[in-house]
Design a protein around this ligand. Structure first.
Ligand code: 5RP
Length: 231
């Protein structure tokens, strides 16, 4: 099965899970990326079951609205029973690297409010130790070089994310992203706290202090459900 087929399957499994566990009339949190897009498409047929969605990026907002979902600002919402999003890597404890699509800050904000975080991923995203995928760090542009030096001191190799035309990639929040290669992240909670404490860092793409509660993993043999509360 191709990676795209696995993503579609897991998107459908996530839609089934949300329809089975979330009360009608709820507002749901929706992540960003190709797997999250599969989830949006799979959930579109049940959109009237939900009051609205809270989105983690401008791209997701556009996709949700194109499929008829109402999108609310997080500031307008009191309770978010669930947040469904992809990941670039997920470890055996539900800690993740996210931000390959550049939406890490809004993703982390929405995830922090949600009662349940469901990670949806194809099997290639499962790792023992985080760090093979370059760690995204959203930075205020004037701090880019200073943060890069700190990352070098930790043994990482920071690379400024650029667009196809070579200009710096700009996040939905007007910032830039350093992709840090070469890290083996054995203590993601500690690294998340450390990097988030550096002036100029908006968000590090480590989701460990608020990791996934549940992962729906698309494999060649079907959907594997991993519940981290039991780990
Ligand atoms: C976007 C993300 C995505 O969830 C992550 O990059 C996975 O993307 P995809 O589902 O396309 O593989 O964190 O910022």
């Amino acid at each position: 099965m191709t990676q795209d087929e696995l993503k579609q399957r897991v998107g459908q499994a996530a839609a089934d899970y949300v329809n089975a566990t979330v009360a009608p009339g709820a507002v749901i949190g929706v992540g960003t990326g190709s797997t999250a897009n599969c989830f949006i498409d799979a959930l579109a047929g049940s959109k009237d079951r939900y009051r609205a969605a809270v989105s983690s990026s401008l791209a997701t907002t556009a996709r949700l609205e194109a499929r008829g979902f109402k999108v609310l600002e997080l500031n307008e919402v009191e309770v978010l029973p669930i947040y469904v999003d992809g990941a670039d890597e997920i470890d055996p404890h539900g800690a993740m690297i996210k931000g390959g699509g550049g939406a890490l800050t809004r993703e982390k904000i929405v995830a922090s409010v949600a009662e349940v975080f469901v990670c949806i991923a194809d099997a290639s995203k499962r790792v023992e130790v985080l760090g093979e995928f370059a760690l995204p760090v959203e930075v205020v542009p004037m701090a880019r070089v200073a943060i890069g030096r700190r990352m070098l001191a930790l043994g990482g190799v920071p690379v400024l994310r650029v667009r196809p035309d070579g200009s710096p990639f700009v996040t939905d929040n007007g910032n830039q992203i350093l992709d840090v290669k070469g890290l083996r992240i054995h203590d993601p909670r500690a690294l998340e706290a450390q990097v988030n404490g550096w002036p100029g860092v908006v968000t590090v793409g480590l989701f460990a202090s608020r990791g996934a509660d549940l992962c729906l993993l698309g494999t060649d043999t079907g959907i594997e459900r991993i519940d981290y509360a039991s780990h």
